[in-house]
Write a protein that binds this ligand. Structure first.
Ligand code: ATP
Length: 256
């Protein structure tokens, strides 16, 4: 459904991404990992239409969207949950969520989508009238993801959803992400938590110094010595961490 071909992105004269190829198939959950400053945020923002790409093409559902303005990416069904959440902290949780459904296609189904988001994140039900900034970090991340879902995207772009959250909250967040994907939304996930992201994803890309250095099945990459040395702190011969426990998301609703 998403085909990125040979894109490059620069900040002024400084190149940040070179010759990137990336695909997300319908229904897939794909992760992008890599060290700080490698270009992961630049890549996911480019897929959201926030950067003018210097070369190459982005196609979504068969349509070339490379030259469309950012809000047209959202119209087409691509929603970004940015790094750092970017909520309107003085506004209520409900207003933040509803802001996600400003496009016409989403507006007409706002009530049903809100019910769905609250079923996914029941902790938000009692907080709808509170300022978003008064919520815990985990709850704010739920609002950010919920706002993305309110646009009824076919492809959800998640940039570092685990950032700054405690391990238990991260586990709940990843369970919710798995559920969103199992319900049919394709996901491109940028994460620093390499082991958890690769346990969740079907395929993975490793970005290093602005280029794709490795790609493949997430479970195979997780076993590769290069990944284990560089990202999991393991030496050769040590077993890879067991995949994260994955209770059925519905049996473990996310908590703050
Ligand atoms: P992190 O994990 O730290 O968020 P990242 O892999 O997401 O890193 P990017 O934020 O995409 O990496 O940054 C890629 C490169 O582009 C880095 O060298 C960074 O310094 C540079 N860069 C990012 N944003 C800007 C900007 N607004 N102006 C100039 N250079 C930028």
């Amino acid at each position: 459904m998403l085909e990125v071909r040979s894109i490059s992105v620069s900040y002024g004269a400084a190149p940040a991404l070179w010759d990137i190829d990336l695909d997300v198939a319908q229904g897939e959950l794909v992760c992008v990992v890599g060290p700080n400053g490698a270009g992961k945020t630049t890549l996911i923002n480019a897929v959201a239409g926030l950067h003018r790409v210097g070369g190459g093409r982005i196609r979504y559902q068969g349509e070339d969207i490379t030259q469309l303005p950012p809000h047209r990416f959202c119209d087409r069904g691509i929603a970004l949950v940015p790094e750092g959440r970017r909520l309107f902290t003085q506004m209520s949780v409900l207003d933040n969520l509803e802001l996600g459904s400003f496009i016409r296609r989403a507006k007409v189904q706002r009530r049903q989508t809100l019910e769905h988001v609250l079923a996914l994140f029941p902790a938000l039900k009692a907080k709808l009238q509170q300022p978003a900034g008064s919520l815990s970090g985990g709850q704010q991340q739920m609002v950010a993801i919920g706002r993305g879902l309110m646009a009824r995207p076919g492809l959800l772009l998640l940039d570092e959803p685990s950032l700054g959250l405690s391990p238990l909250v991260v586990q709940d967040m990843f369970n919710a992400i798995r559920q969103i994907n199992q319900e049919g939304t394709s996901i491109l996930l940028v994460e620093q938590n390499v082991s958890m992201a690769m346990a969740l994803a079907q395929r993975a890309y490793v970005v290093e110094e602005g280029r794709i250095s490795m790609q493949g099945s997430a479970s195979e990459l997780l076993q590769s010595p290069a990944i284990q040395r560089a990202y999991l702190g393991l030496g050769d011969g040590e077993p890879a961490p067991a995949p994260t426990p994955s209770p059925s998301p519905s049996s473990s609703p996310p908590q703050p």
